[in-house]
Ligand binder design. Structure first.
Ligand code: FAD
Length: 318
């Protein structure tokens, strides 16, 4: 069976969920060979093996330390040269998409970004993407070179599939470009302890109906009871009630969680563009005619100031 390279997103050896989802999809296309780079790379091996990686190629070097992209492209290309894979899969993070694009240029391959599903095809992997604010899905495959495909978080279930997970050191020679950039400063964002918006399995969002920054506390309380991330509509962000980094929609982030709860959000097309592919959508809105109810799986017509705290209490009591 052909090998498929899977680029591992990890933090100091802790593998992030989108990579485990990628392994599920990779197994449909071939035998996953994982590429883990940077601090703690070797520590990823056990988790990756539990989820189907037949081999884990690891490399650590000071060049990987500063969130620079080119050293990682150099390493992924070294893995590509060593393995000659049938496909290269990466998560759809901003960083991994840049790595994917640069690799595709170097190896003269086509690239598909933001896939939401992947299956084996007679002429190579077939990727599903969603288009036009998720009104359409398209299926496509790469016709030139080795397919390089990035996949959105929450596109597949994480499945345990024990495999050998043999660890091999990857030898990387860095290109001139790799040392041509230097990080001069870094300002870490204060952690909320909540999952990353684009990776979260559950997102609870608030809109103009939340009616003030201070009232977002009830949205956060529901989110925390569910272990969810917090999102916001542009109206809430423009009003200064919640940071832009939490905006969901056309000019914000795209999310595709298992569960999306929209509170006090009308469901404008630009908001839908960022959340329409969520697996289960719940809306709480006091206007029964709000357009969001056209796309929900479950709708509650009611005042969010009553419904959201009641829901939080119910979740906490279980
Ligand atoms: P509203 O449309 O004002 O809806 C508020 C809702 O809350 C109403 O349905 C109301 O019935 C309900 N409500 C009020 N009080 C309560 C209560 N007590 N209990 C329950 N329900 C209540 N928007 C985005 O969200 N994301 C984007 O990325 C984005 N990008 C855009 C890009 C462009 C180019 C443009 C033109 C617009 C964009 N917008 C975006 C804006 C979008 O068109 C809408 O204006 C916005 O989504 C509306 O936000 P909202 O639903 O929170 O507010």
């Amino acid at each position: 069976m052909a090998e498929v390279l899977v680029y591992v997103d990890h933090v100091d050896g802790a593998v992030r969920k989108p990579t485990l989802e990628l392994l599920t999809l990779a197994r449909r296309v071939g035998e996953p060979v994982a590429v883990a780079l940077g601090n703690g790379a070797a520590d990823t091996a056990a988790t990756l093996a539990e989820h189907g990686a037949v081999k884990v190629l690891t490399a650590d070097a000071p060049e990987f330390a500063d969130y620079l992209v080119v050293p990682k492209v150099d390493a992924l290309q070294a893995a590509y040269d060593a393995v000659s894979p049938a496909a290269v899969l990466l998560p759809s993070s901003a960083e991994a998409k840049e790595i994917a694009a640069r690799l595709a240029v170097r190896i003269k391959s086509g690239i598909i970004t933001d896939a939401i599903d992947l299956e084996a095809g007679d002429e190579g992997p077939v990727a599903t993407q969603s288009a036009f604010a998720a009104s359409y899905t398209t299926k496509s495959r790469i016709t030139q070179g080795t397919p390089v495909i990035t996949v959105k978080p929450n596109s597949a279930a994480v499945e345990a599939a024990p495999a050998a997970g043999t660890v091999e050191a990857l030898s990387v020679s860095f290109s001139e470009q790799a040392t041509g950039t230097k990080v001069v400063s870094r300002t870490p964002r204060e952690s909320t302890g909540r999952p990353e918006l684009t990776e979260a399995a559950i997102v609870v969002s608030g809109g103009r109906g939340v009616n003030g920054a201070e009232n977002f506390a009830i949205i956060e309380a529901l989110a925390d009871s569910l272990g969810a991330a917090v999102g916001a509509s542009r109206a809430a962000v423009d009003a200064g009630w919640y940071p832009h980094s939490n905006q969901v929609g056309q000019t914000g982030k795209s999310v595709s969680p298992q569960l999306y709860i929209a509170s006090g959000i009308s469901g404008a097309i630009q908001h839908r563009a960022g959340m329409q592919t969520s697996k289960t959508i719940v809306a709480i809105n006091k206007d029964a005619e709000a357009p969001i109810f056209d796309l929900v799986d479950y709708g509650v017509v009611g005042d969010l100031f009553e419904v959201v705290p009641a829901l939080t209490e119910e979740v906490k009591s279980r």
